[in-house]
Ligand binder design. Sequence first.
Ligand SMILES: Nc1nc2c(ncn2[C@@H]2O[C@H](COP(=O)(O)OP(=O)(O)OP(=O)(O)O)[C@@H](O)[C@H]2O)c(=O)[nH]1
Ligand SMILES: [Zn+2]
Length: 204
Amino acid sequence: MAEVRARVKLNVGQHSHIPAEIVSFHGLKDGEEHVALIFNEADKNEVPLIRMHSECLTGDVFHSSRCDCGEQLNECIETMHEQGGIILYLRQEGRGIGLYNKIDAYVLQSQGMNTYEANNHLGFDDDLRDFSDAVLMLQAMGLNHVKLMTNNPRKLNALNNAGIEVDKVVGTHAHIKDGNRHYLEAKVKHGSHMLDMEKVPEKK
Ligand SMILES: Nc1nc2c(ncn2[C@@H]2O[C@H](COP(=O)(O)OP(=O)(O)OP(=O)(O)O)[C@@H](O)[C@H]2O)c(=O)[nH]1
Ligand SMILES: [Zn+2]
């Protein structure tokens, strides 16, 4: 069992205009400092929208052209600002292989491998992530019934297997840009992602 350690208000988003709360935890298992961001007191709603977002320093912070992580994170923050929701920000950089190994994988991708081939070439499986700490975080916040924002069936399976009831899966948009099309196509073809490459975000 994990427990909430601290919960405090902060504003987030590109203009620090979105009210939220950040939550830390005691008793998580993998030793990483995972956090939750709660929008509009979503944990008090009956069935909150949640996202399990794996850390991507290059995408989330630097808006790298190689992936869609930063855009997905912004999309979730905007959606949850409107509807309420909870982001579990999971410190699982590089699908669990870590930042330096991901950069090594990028070197191989620059030479023509896809994202999974590069992982395998380095001696890693396609995806090392385990979502049991995400389940502990949900349980610590008293949630066993959610809507899930993802295109990744592994995340849905992880919740189902842990007895968390998922009412609905909400896909994110395809954030295609110069440099990430092959990455997104590999996720659809080899990673079974339910990403609709035609579902582009509306221009604001
Ligand atoms: N190993 C490796 N990891 C990558 C690469 N590109 C992005 N990542 C990592 O992939 C993870 C993306 O995770 P999520 O944002 O949870 O997305 P997802 O599993 O693709 O599923 P969605 O919920 O549909 O977005 C992050 O940890 C990134 O750092 C890559 O080329 N190689
Ligand atoms: Zn990324």
